[in-house]
Design a protein around this ligand. Structure first.
Ligand code: NAD
Ligand code: UDX
Length: 473
């Protein structure tokens, strides 16, 4: 047929969708089909309203869809057609059984391998795109090799490093593409085939090839190092609040050292998202499995520090507001785990919301991209809070489509996602409409505090000196 290579990607989520859209865009002679068991998800990809919000994505999808990019629920048919099959399914932290709360569940990956072994009629290259525990490729290989059709399957590891909100630019110009494979002639040939797909737009020197286990483990390590930087600066933010030092000045002073670097030193209410915590816990569990208790404890501290940071934020809000928020209206500005996404998985806003609800506050939430439905799904999944076990939830949490309505009559507003629009709100208008004293808690350090204090707000930010506490700033 007319195609150089045919790719099937199992899993049409935050990774599968954008990654395959960019491959299709950059490789017109490659046929790409993304499949999923969720009909709703596939229907959304084939509609005008994509299932995820990601800047730049709609343009690419509409350019390529039904040319060389397809979305389908015909998992079996598309597996059989493909030369290269990506497994890009979710690998969440186990909630039950052995390793509950830490180990990643690779059930979905194994199911994909079983499906491939069952329905394939020709040899395939199978690529782990999901983030998995090191040595998962061994399990995948064994499942595939148990087929009795005499087919050959080569398993590669090709972890994804995109960040949500910047997925398209990350995919268009990746720092590196990592491909791990068996160091056999067949394994090296398979890796070379995948290299040649990426080489359509990624410079060769940025495409790294390694053995399978290094590739699998590098992904966990990369996320652990990034999250560790955020927890490190957040630990310092607490010390700043106690001493009058300013965490932003520290980030700048420390980050200008080339050996340290500037990025991922932005102090915040804590990191969220579906990856950091899950991948660190995965690493912690691996260390424990191999009897490396000190290594496990070292990395686990990154998560403990993040939990502390989230808790510290809500506790500070209550403490500053005269130790009670019962019955008070509080506006949460931003619910997504970072700007430019609608994703709420593990979002720090959820933990702040939960804590303040427990204190009896009346919560009004504004986020430009988050749906109320997604909020409740994640709140139930991660915090176990739902409408059945928490009567009155619908009355105590109001989602607003207008940010000024969210703040009207509120005792406090808390910025929890760094959406750009929050920097340019009419804070004079907001101040006039709020109860007094009007508190601002900035969990992202994006607002202009001098201006807000001039207007009359009482402002508290992460790792920023409080002028009411330090007269010698
Ligand atoms: P997601 O939940 O958004 O998407 C996963 C999709 O897989 C879902 O639509 C689900 O219906 C589908 N699926 C699950 N089992 C299936 C099966 N057996 N057959 C067909 N479809 C199936 O998840 P995601 O955020 O895209 O993450 C996917 C993987 O990529 C995870 O391992 C994650 O750790 C990793 N990762 C995620 C990011 C990120 O930013 N979200 C970045 C890098 C790596
Ligand atoms: C992360 C990794 O960056 C990416 O390489 C990997 O593929 C998936 O996991 P993501 O979770 O989408 O990406 O977003 P990221 O930009 O890393 O932010 C994660 C969390 O850390 C967010 O809640 C963000 O607000 C927070 N963060 C990030 C900080 O609080 N401070 C920082 O300096 C950077």
């Amino acid at each position: 047929d007319e195609w150089d290579v045919k790719i099937c990607c199992i899993g049409a989520g935050y990774v599968g969708g954008p990654t395959m859209a960019v491959i299709a865009k950059k490789c017109p002679k490659v046929r790409v089909c993304v499949v999923d068991i969720s009909q709703k998800q596939i229907d959304a990809w084939n509609s005008d309203k994509l299932p995820i919000y990601e800047p730049g994505l709609p343009e690419i999808v509409s350019d390529c869809v039904n040319k060389n990019l397809f979305f389908s629920t015909d998992v079996d048919g598309e597996i059989d057609k493909a030369d290269i099959i990506f497994i890009s399914v979710n690998t969440p932290t186990k909630t039950k059984g052995i390793g509950a709360g830490r180990a990643a569940n690779i059930k979905n990956c194994e199911l994909c391998a079983r499906q491939i072994a069952k329905v394939a009629n020709s040899s395939k290259i199978v690529v782990e795109k999901s983030t998995v525990p090191v040595r998962t490729a061994q399990a995948i290989t064994r499942v595939l090799k148990s087929n009795d059709k005499g087919l050959d399957f080569q398993v590669l590891s090709n972890p994804e490093f995109l960040a949500e909100g910047t997925a398209i630019s990350d995919l268009m110009a990746p720092d590196r593409v990592l491909i791990g494979g068996h160091q056999s002639p067949e394994g090296l040939a398979a890796a070379e085939k995948l290299v040649s797909v990426y080489a359509n737009w990624v410079p060769r020197e940025r495409i790294l090839t390694t053995n399978l286990w290094s590739s699998e483990l590098s992904k966990l390590v990369a996320n652990a190092f990034l999250a560790q930087r955020v927890s490190s600066i957040n630990s310092i933010s607490a010390l700043c609040e106690a001493t009058g030092a300013d965490v932003s000045e520290i980030s700048r002073a420390v980050g200008m050292d080339d050996r340290i670097g500037k990025r991922f030193l932005q102090s915040s209410v804590g990191f969220g998202g579906s990856c950091f915590q899950k991948d660190i816990l995965n690493l912690v569990y691996l260390c424990e499995t191999f009897g490396l208790e000190e290594c496990a404890a070292y990395w686990n501290q990154v998560v403990i520090m993040n939990d502390y940071q989230k808790k510290r934020f809500s506790q500070k809000m209550v403490a500053q507001m005269f130790n009670t928020v019962t019955g008070k209206k509080i506006a949460l500005l931003g619910y997504a785990f970072k700007k430019d996404t609608g994703d709420v998985r593990e979002t720090p806003s959820m933990f702040v919301l939960r804590d303040l609800l427990e204190e009896g506050a009346r919560m009004h939430v504004y986020d430009p991209q988050v749906s109320r439905e997604d909020m409740w799904i994640e709140m139930n999944y991660t915090c176990g809070v739902n409408h059945d076990n928490t009567p009155g939830l619908d009355e105590s949490v109001i989602t607003e489509t207008d940010v000024y309505a969210a703040c009207d009559g509120a005792h406090a507003l808390a910025v929890l996602t760094e959406w750009d629009e929050f920097k340019t709100l009419d804070y004079e208008r907001i101040f006039k409409s709020m109860a007094k004293p009007a508190f601002v808690f900035d969990g992202r350090n994006i607002l202009d505090y001098a201006k807000l204090r001039d207007i009359g707000f009482e402002v508290h930010a992460i790792g920023k000196p409080d002028p009411n506490k330090f007269s010698d700033l």
